[in-house]
Design a protein. Structure first.
Length: 581
C-alpha cells in the first residue's frame, strides 16, 4: 500500500493534499479546485509547501508537471495574466531543455508580449491576446509533449482589479475549453461579498471542490522560526504560542512579520540585557502582544499614545469613551503589568520600526531586572513589591525603611515616590500598616513642595507618562487601579508636568537663542544637529518669533543663507516623506 503523504507543516489539511493529488492524477477533470480561508490564514503558504513536496515526491521521468502560480492581486486586465504566464515559463525556455522556435515566437505574440525578433534591441511585434490556440506545451520542442503538463494556480482572486466577468471567463476557458487543471486561492467570503451573483454562477459551473485551509499553529511557528531563527539564549517560543492563543487572530502573515520585527529590535539591545531571562521573557510577551494588535489594526498610534491607564481603570461606566487599548490590556492580562518601555519608545518600535540603540539600552538598564542582584543592595521598595514572599521580620524592617524615606522626601524621581505611595496605600488597606490615607496624603503634599523636589534633577528632566504602566522601573505600581492612589498619582503628575514644562520652555529659549546666534555666525554644525538630528520631528521653531528669525537672516551672509536653506529644505522634506510613509 502506498504510504500516505503529509505535505509540509499543514497536517490538519491532510484531506486537502489527498484531494489535490487525486485531482492532479485525473486526465481531464474539467473542474477547478478552490482553497479558501481568511487573509493571512496560510493559504498561499500551504499551496507553496504542497507544490514543493509534490514535485519532490513525483519526480519520475514519466510524469513532468509544471506549476504556474500567479497572483491576480492588482492585475487590471486579462492580458496581464498572459504576461505573467509567459514570465513564469521563461526560465524553462532559457534552459537546455527548450529551444527558441517558431512555436515560441508565435505563442509569445499570441500572449500580447512585445518581443524582439532579431535581437536588435527593438520590439518587433505586439499582438492582442488570443487563447483559441494557446497551449503552453508548444514551448517544449525537444521532448514528447504528452510528458508535459501545466497546472495553473491563481492566487488572490478576490483582490484582482480585472473585471469580474472577464477574469472568471478566462479561468472558465482554461478549465472547460483548454482542459487545464486550475487551483484557485481566495477568501471566498470576500468573493461572495463583492461578486456575489457572478461568482455563484461561476462556482456552480467551474469549481468542483472547495476546501478551507486550516493550520496547526505550533507546527507553523516551528517552520517560521526555522526560516527566521531567533538566536537568543533563553528565548521561549512558548511565549509566542501563548500570545497567539490569547490574540485569537489567525493572520499567519502578521505572526511571521512580528517574528522578523522581533529579531530586528532585539539586535538593537545589548546582549547583557537579553541574557536576563526574566527581562527577555517579559519583553517578548509584551512585544508580541502589542505588535500583533498593531498589525491587525486594533491598536493604532493615536489610540496607544492617548491611553490613560490609571484614569480609565477608575471609572468603568463610560465604556464607549474608552480607547480600544483598554480592552486589549484585559485580553492579555496586562492590567497590572508594566509595559517595560515608555509609550513613546513603543510607538517608535511599533509604528516607525526604529529606535535609537543607545536610547533603548539606557531605558532598559534602569529597569528593576538590572538593579544589583545582591539581595542586600536592592532597594526596599523593590523587595516590598513581592511582600507576600517575605517573612514577618523582614517585612516590618523594609516597611519601616520605605516609610522613613517617604517621610524625609528622599525618593529622587516621581516614579519612585509613587511606588512608595502605592505600597503604603496598599498596606494600609490590607491592614498591614497603620499609616493612614490622610497621613500619606499630607506627607505627599510636603514632598511636593518646591524646596523638597526641585533638588532632584529628574523632576524637570522627564515627565511621567499618562498611564502608570510605563514608569521606567520595570514594575507597575502596586494596586494601581486603586481610586485613592489614582488621585495622588494625578497630583504628582501635575506637579511633575508643570516643572518639566517650565524647564522645557527655559531650555528651548536657550536653544532658540543659540540657533539665532548660529545663523548670524554660520555655526552650521550646531544648526544641523539642532534641526536634523536631535529634534527632527519636533516643532522646535514654533516658538521662534518672526522678527528675530528675519533679523538673523538679514545680518548673515548669502553663503550662510544658502546653507541654511539647504538644511531647512532637508528638515521639512524628510518630515513630509516620513509622515507619508
Amino acid at each position: 500500500m502506498q504510504q500516505k503523504q503529509r505535505y509540509g507543516v499543514f497536517g490538519l489539511n491532510e484531506h486537502i493534499t489527498e484531494n489535490i493529488s487525486y485531482y492532479l492524477s485525473l486526465e481531464k477533470p474539467e473542474y477547478a479546485i478552490l482553497l479558501s480561508g481568511k487573509w493571512g490564514s496560510g493559504k498561499t503558504y500551504f499551496i507553496d509547501d504542497f507544490i514543493k513536496e509534490y514535485i519532490k515526491s513525483n519526480s519520475s521521468d514519466d510524469q513532468k508537471k509544471r506549476f504556474i502560480k500567479i497572483s491576480l492581486f492588482g492585475l487590471k486586465d486579462v492580458s496581464a495574466i498572459d504576461e505573467q504566464i509567459f514570465q513564469n515559463l521563461h526560465p524553462i525556455l532559457a534552459s537546455k531543455y527548450a529551444k527558441l522556435t517558431g512555436n515560441l515566437l508565435k505563442s509569445a505574440l499570441k500572449l500580447g508580449i512585445n518581443f524582439d525578433c532579431d535581437g536588435d534591441g527593438k520590439k518587433d511585434g505586439s499582438l492582442s491576446t488570443s487563447l483559441e490556440k494557446f497551449n503552453p506545451l508548444d514551448f517544449f520542442t525537444d521532448k514528447p509533449k504528452k510528458d508535459k503538463e501545466i497546472i495553473f494556480v491563481f492566487d488572490d482572486l478576490e483582490r484582482t482589479e480585472i473585471n469580474t466577468k472577464e477574469v472568471l471567463g478566462y479561468i472558465n476557458y482554461l478549465v472547460e475549453q483548454a482542459s487545464f487543471k486550475v487551483i484557485l486561492i481566495a477568501n471566498e467570503d470576500k468573493l461572495i461579498e463583492v461578486k456575489e451573483d457572478v461568482y455563484i454562477d461561476f462556482k456552480e459551473k467551474v469549481i468542483g471542490k472547495t476546501f478551507e485551509v486550516r493550520h496547526n499553529f505550533p507546527d507553523v511557528l516551528d517552520k517560521f522560526l526555522d526560516d527566521n531563527p531567533i538566536e537568543i539564549d533563553g528565548f521561549k517560543k512558548s511565549i509566542i504560542k501563548g500570545v497567539y492563543n490569547q490574540a485569537r487572530y489567525d493572520n499567519l502573515r502578521h505572526i511571521r512579520q512580528s517574528i522578523i520585527d522581533f529579531i530586528y529590535i532585539t539586535k538593537k539591545i545589548d546582549k547583557k540585557y537579553l541574557d536576563n531571562t526574566g527581562f527577555l521573557s517579559k519583553f517578548t510577551y509584551i512585544f508580541f502582544c502589542l505588535n500583533i494588535e498593531a498589525k491587525s489594526g486594533a491598536l493604532d498610534e493615536s489610540g496607544f499614545s492617548s491611553y490613560n491607564g490609571l484614569l480609565s481603570s477608575l471609572d468603568d461606566t463610560n465604556k464607549e469613551d474608552k480607547p480600544p487599548i483598554t480592552e486589549l490590556l484585559k485580553k492579555y492580562s496586562l492590567d497590572e503589568v508594566d509595559f517595560l518601555l515608555p509609550k513613546q519608545s513603543w510607538i517608535k518600535i511599533l509604528y516607525k520600526s526604529y529606535i535609537e540603540p543607545n536610547v533603548l539600552d539606557s531605558i532598559i538598564s534602569k529597569l528593576s531586572f538590572f538593579i544589583e542582584e545582591k539581595e542586600h543592595e536592592r532597594p526596599s521598595w523593590v523587595k516590598l513589591w513581592n511582600y507576600r514572599e517575605l517573612e514577618d521580620e523582614e517585612f516590618i524592617r523594609l516597611l519601616q525603611d520605605v516609610t522613613e524615606k517617604f517621610n524625609k522626601c528622599e525618593y529622587e524621581t516621581p516614579a519612585l515616590l509613587l511606588h512608595a505611595v502605592a505600597l503604603l496605600i496598599n498596606f494600609n488597606k490590607e491592614g498591614l500598616s497603620d499609616y493612614s490615607l490622610v497621613g500619606i496624603q499630607a506627607q505627599l503634599n510636603i514632598c511636593l513642595l518646591p524646596e523638597n523636589f526641585t533638588k532632584y534633577p529628574s523632576w524637570k528632566e522627564k515627565v511621567l507618562g499618562n498611564n502608570g504602566m510605563s514608569n521606567g522601573t520595570g514594575l507597575s505600581y502596586m494596586n494601581d487601579n486603586d481610586s485613592d492612589f489614582i488621585k495622588m498619582y494625578e497630583r504628582v503628575r501635575t506637579v511633575n508636568t508643570d516643572i518639566y514644562n517650565s524647564n522645557k520652555k527655559t531650555e528651548e529659549k536657550k536653544l532658540l537663542d543659540k540657533f539665532i546666534g548660529s545663523i548670524k555666525t554660520g555655526d552650521f554644525g550646531f544648526i544641523e544637529g539642532f534641526l536634523l538630528d536631535h529634534n527632527a520631528f519636533l516643532p522646535m521653531l514654533s516658538s521662534l518669533t518672526a522678527d528675530s528669525f528675519f533679523s538673523a537672516i538679514l545680518e548673515t551672509s548669502n553663503k550662510n543663507l544658502y546653507q541654511l536653506s539647504q538644511i531647512m529644505n532637508s528638515r521639512y522634506s524628510n518630515n513630509i516623506a516620513e509622515f507619508k510613509s
